[in-house]
Ligand binder design. Structure first.
Ligand code: AMP
Ligand code: ZN
Length: 113
């Protein structure tokens, strides 16, 4: 997708600090970390946001979650972590390519808004 930062990260046009990659997904460090460990996990296919998921394209979400334990272990998050998805403007989404924040490295407080 033209003009999508995360598609450009996937293609290598924009550099990233990669944590995990396979043919379906990429995980890389967030440029502006909100926790001691803050990684983004994205599908390699462009899906705008969680609100665009349907029965045709939702398989990738299960795939991402199936890889999270492996990614978390690599990051040393044995004591736990948080997975966050921000959806559309009022959900706080700023990059419109589906992504999951993997946050950890300290005891996280519950901030709902
Ligand atoms: P969200 O606000 O949920 O859409 O999250 C987008 C995230 O992408 C933010 O936490 C940004 O810090 C992060 N981000 C934006 N551009 C880059 C980039 N080039 N490399 C790594 N993280 C980025
Ligand atoms: Zn994209």
């Amino acid at each position: 997708m033209d003009n999508c930062i995360f598609c450009k990260i996937i293609s290598g046009e924009i550099p990233s600090n990669k944590v995990y990659e396979d043919d379906k997904i990429l995980a890389f460090y967030d440029l502006s970390p909100q926790a001691p460990v803050h990684v983004l996990i994205i599908p390699k296919t462009h899906i705008c946001c969680a609100d665009e998921l349907d029965s045709e394209n939702c398989e990738i979400v299960g795939y991402i979650f199936s890889k999270i334990p492996q990614i978390a272990k690599k990051l040393g998050l044995e004591n736990g972590y948080r997975v966050v998805n921000n959806c559309k403007e009022e959900g706080g989404q700023s990059v419109f390519h589906l992504h999951f924040h993997l946050l950890g490295g300290k005891k996280l407080t519950l901030q709902m808004a």
